[in-house]
Design a protein around this ligand. Structure first.
Ligand code: NAP
Length: 244
């Protein structure tokens, strides 16, 4: 049986680092999900292959529940020699605005990608994992979902929802040998944070720096490994010392 890991939003940023690290550390064949940036997704694939691993691209927008279900059920049907052991729900977007100015669409878009997307993708692989009696589901939440951040009512709501869902699902499927955990990063250097005032924000972090995508990926890799078999329903902070 070929062991696989599905990482959503794996074309760039944290998702790419997670995909490359899971392939290297755990020897998983990686399903690289992305929304539209095929060139970047191919770069992730190249990096995995350069380290001796294997991967394939899997394009869908996580908020499109019908497409997610169709793509994943077809893949599972056509790959009977494979099992998805690890799912990392990483795809996420921000559309920051103070609530008084926030458009309904800014709220809906962020919740649909970051929260509903997690539901869509997880639901589409859950039966497969239950049948295999093994699984690691890792949700990439955020400090924003624990502490709340001004200008991010939409994003904090989505990530807070993800954290609560993590705890619920963990209890539902613990007896099936499937763990469900969330990782809550603080500020990490990526396209998502490139327009922020880094110099000002670094001062708020006790370690006085942003995190690296690889540092988050190493945590995800540990949670996805057999070493973390008894950890479930946890929200693990990785934020250089900013605690909620
Ligand atoms: P990023 O650099 O903006 O990358 C976003 C990734 O998500 C890309 O691969 C993008 O694909 C994909 N994506 C976006 N919308 C999607 C959709 N509708 N369906 C499928 N894929 C989609 O973001 P990042 O900083 O790596 O963030 C990754 C995750 O970490 C997010 O959930 C974010 O909320 C969380 N996080 C980040 C930070 C941080 O400081 N960076 C902190 C806390 C939490 P395309 O390339 O195809 O557009």
């Amino acid at each position: 049986m070929r062991k696989c890991g599905l990482v959503t939003g794996a074309s760039r940023g944290l998702g790419r680092a997670i995909a490359v690290t899971l392939a290297k550390d755990l020897g998983l064949h990686i399903l690289i999900n992305f929304a539209g940036n095929k060139e970047a997704a191919n770069e992730t694939k190249k990096q995995i292959e350069a380290e001796g691993g294997s991967a394939e691209l899997m394009q869908f927008r996580v908020e499109d529940g019908t497409l997610v279900e169709k793509t994943l059920s077809n893949w599972i049907l056509n790959n009977k020699d494979s099992k998805i052991e690890v799912l990392v729900n990483n795809a996420g977007i921000t559309k920051d605005n103070l609530m008084v100015f926030m458009e309904e669409s800014q709220f809906d878009d962020v919740v649909n990608v970051s929260l509903k997307g997690m539901f869509n993708v997880t639901k589409s692989v859950l039966t497969h994992m239950v049948r295999n009696r093994y699984g690691r589901i890792i949700n990439i939440a955020s400090l924003s979902g624990l502490k709340g951040v001004p200008g991010q009512v939409n994003y904090s709501a989505a990530k807070g929802g993800m954290i609560a869902a993590t705890r619920s699902l963990a209890q539902e499927i613990a007896k099936r040998n499937i763990t469900v955990n969330a990782v809550a990063p603080g500020f990490v250097a990526s396209d998502m944070t490139q327009d922020l005032d880094v110099e000002m924000l670094k001062k708020l972090v006790p370690m006085k720096r942003f995190g690296e995508a690889k540092e988050v990926a190493d945590l995800v890799s540990f949670i996805a490994s057999d070493k973390a078999a008894y950890i479930t329903g946890e929200i693990i902070n990785i934020n250089g010392g900013i605690h909620s």
